[in-house]
Design a binder for this molecule. Structure first.
Ligand code: ATP
Length: 674
């Protein structure tokens, strides 16, 4: 920040809390542009100023920027619907709920409704300005309220924040100008809704944070930051965060030890779940052979269950083998184990049976580990795996070992940490050897994923057929040797390919889509929704882009269950971040909060003016048309995925282009990470 720049927050002096208004000004600057580099610059400048003046507030500042209160594994959710927010806006500004609802219909953005309500409200006294720390604490308080009268107390919490908001704003604010400007009320409400809608991706905040600290460290040395330090800083922070996705641990370490040494202080640790490595879809064994030409690879069964990451530290582990992170899940402290979903949610209460047996598979000298595996329903009589649907019938919470009816077997396919050391950088061949040395398989409880290292097309074909006979979905094919075969947390990597039996010569994969709306049923289906509007997710613009209507694949019972679940999240109008056709004949009868993700199969993909998927990926050179699914069919609910983990627009576009290139015989499409 230039020393000559006029300081708009004279109260913000070194050591004083960061004014929330200062953060909102940054938000407003970010909201006014779509250029990623400019967005990054605004964020980096602000974070640098926080480091200079109030480093203790860096953590809550970053958390508020990424619309989170704590790391995912802490399980802290605001869980506040639109109606509660409207109630709080009405009560805190003395306007009736009806007026708020009418405003919401006209304006379409509750953040702006709050701003409008706030700016037309006469203020009796000047409230104390909000601080970043105060807002974070206030929101945390709201999120952790439970028990009797929780809803009322949550509304009170929101009212408290709203009444203290915009203390500096005098007079009326024109909500049509500058997207409402840097209003605190607007951003508090959007935070509560779970979408700041700034076009500020989490990755951008991470890179800005790296830039800010490199500049800050250079400032302290009285030097200019070098380009190579900038690049190094970004790469270090990205790697560290992918292995230890917890700002609660990383930020204090970064402030104490500097960024260039961060990797020595922040390593993958039991207790902090990392986002798993994911695979790219393929449609033919020949595609796999083309990709891995000249390199060794291995095939494994693709089990159809639930991804699980098991973290463990033995009770008798010496200190150096049990580096449970200081800010980590306390359950994963020395002597206990945790199981996390692919979403980093704690599944320990769902699988107490696994935790109870774990010790019998772990060899004596295995003192700590992080294991990547799939839990699969198991038929104890036939001694075979059961379809995914069986696993779904298990209770999700507070399961008691003695009540477990559907037994599960754990199929381990990767090892990320062993005896105090991350092993992600080792080759898959080495990790597999370590895995096999560290555990003892027990039939029906713990097994290594069945694998085959043959490199010939015929062998792979036979192995694929065997996997399907063994009730698996197909194969995972993985690079086996060399640096490229390292474990890449949070990446959908081309070093892991999946071949699903069902999709050979089809589109290569199923899609996971978000339910945005529904149509009332006809005939036999009049009491339920008969069809639904689905969308993919565009992380770049933070929007949901419609991709199809779906009415096939549902049993009567499923339709009833969906009706009950979805009726609870009906909203009056589409959210401003839904990209959908505005034609009258294309509107669903009801709209929903973006909450549910469904797995959907399709015959193929086509272009249609009715849908918006991939519009921004340039799939239609003439513009206007989006991608849509032909003959979509419902497969299952994916409650291990959050809406922003749905299939991305880029993936849909990639599938469409691959299909195009196959039909036009142009060869495989360009491969990239999303
Ligand atoms: P999918 O719908 O195919 O599960 P996804 O987006 O959940 O898609 P992908 O990376 O596309 O995840 O597919 C890999 C998934 O397959 C893993 O998340 C894991 O749950 C499962 N799986 C089963 N067997 C294996 C294996 N041997 N190696 C890796 N993953 C496996």
């Amino acid at each position: 920040l230039s020393s000559k720049a006029k300081d708009p927050y004279p109260d913000w002096k070194a050591g004083t809390p960061v004014p929330y208004a200062a953060l909102c000004t940054t938000f407003s600057l970010v909201e006014m542009t779509t250029k990623r580099l400019i967005i990054m610059e605004h964020c980096a400048l602000f974070l640098r100023q926080v480091m200079r003046l109030t480093p203790n507030d860096l953590l809550p500042t970053v958390l508020l920027m990424i619309n989170k209160l704590a790391p995912d594994y802490a399980g802290i959710e605001l869980g506040i619907g639109e109606s509660l927010i409207m109630k709080a806006i009405g009560e805190s500004t003395g306007r009736s709920l009806q007026v708020i609802k009418t405003d919401q219909k006209d304006i379409g953005d509750l953040g702006l409704v709050a701003l409008k309500s706030r700016s037309t409200q006469p203020t009796m006294f000047k409230p104390k300005p909000l601080t970043v720390r105060g807002v974070h604490q206030g929101l945390m308080g709201i999120a952790t309220i439970s028990g009797n009268g929780a809803q009322g107390r949550k509304v009170d919490g929101i009212k408290k924040l709203l009444s203290a908001s915009d203390a500096h704003n005098t007079g009326k604010v024109d909500i049509t100008k500058d997207k409402g400007g840097p209003s605190e009320a607007k951003y508090i409400i959007r935070f509560l809704e779970g979408k700041l809608r700034l076009g500020l991706a989490e990755k951008t905040v991470l890179v800005s944070l790296a830039q800010a600290i490199v500049c800050h460290e250079a400032d302290q040395r009285g030097k200019l930051p070098s380009t190579s330090d900038m690049e190094k800083g970004e790469s270090i922070l990205k790697t560290v965060y992918s292995e230890l996705p917890s700002y609660d641990v990383i930020i204090p370490a970064m402030l104490s030890h500097g960024i260039l040494n961060l990797h020595e202080h922040c390593k993958l640790q039991p207790g902090v779940p990392l986002k798993p490595m994911l695979a790219k879809p393929t449609k033919a064994i020949t595609e796999v052979l083309d990709r891995f030409e000249g390199q060794t690879f291995t095939c494994e069964y693709k089990y159809d269950g639930e991804r699980a990451q098991i973290h463990y530290v033995a009770k008798d582990a010496p200190q150096e083998l049990s580096q449970a992170a200081p800010g980590a899940n306390k359950d994963a402290a020395k002597g206990v184990a945790s199981i996390f979903s692919r979403n980093s949610e704690d599944l320990s209460k769902k699988y107490p049976d696994i935790l109870a047996k774990l010790h019998s598979w772990v060899k004596d000298d295995t003192k700590s580990f992080v294991l990547d595996c799939e839990t699969v329903a198991w038929d104890t009589e036939e001694k075979t795996v059961l379809p995914f649907q069986q696993l779904m019938t298990r209770k999700k919470k507070d399961v008691k070992v003695e009540d477990v009816k559907v037994k599960v077997c754990v199929f381990a396919f990767d090892l990320l940490y062993l005896n105090g050391q991350p092993v992600v950088e080792k080759s898959l061949r080495e990790r597999r050897e370590l895995l096999q040395q560290a555990f003892t398989p027990v039939e029906g409880e713990f097994s290594f994923a069945t694998s085959m290292d043959g490199q010939e097309l015929d062998e792979i074909q036979v192995f694929l057929d065997e996997s399907v006979k063994a009730s698996c979905e197909g194969l995972m094919v993985k690079m086996l040797d060399g640096t490229e075969s390292g474990y890449e947390p949070s990446k959908r990597s081309r070093n892991w390919l999946k071949i699903k039996k069902d999709y050979l010569a089809g589109v290569g994969d199923s899609l996971d889509l978000v339910v945005l709306g529904a149509y009332y049923g006809r005939g036999k289906r009049t009491s339920v929704y008969g069809a639904f509007l689905l969308a993919c997710y565009n992380p770049g613009s933070d929007t949901y882009e419609t991709v199809c209507n779906i009415g096939t694949g549902f049993s009567e019972q499923v339709l009833e269950e969906l009706h009950a679940a979805l009726s609870a999240i009906v909203i009056d109008r589409p959210k401003p971040f839904y990209a959908h056709s505005t034609g009258n004949q294309h509107q669903p009868d009801v709209w929903f909060e973006p909450q549910y993700v469904w797995e959907v199969k399709t015959a193929d993909l086509t272009l249609s003016p009715r849908y918006k998927a991939g519009c921004k990926e340039g799939v239609d050179p003439a513009g206007g048309k989006g991608i849509s699914l032909r003959f979509p069919r419902f497969i299952k609910i994916r409650d291990d995925k959050k809406p922003d983990e749905a299939t991305s627009s880029r993936q849909v576009a990639e599938m469409y282009r691959k299909q195009e290139s196959v039909t036009k015989n142009k060869g495989p499409a360009v491969d990239d990470d999303f």
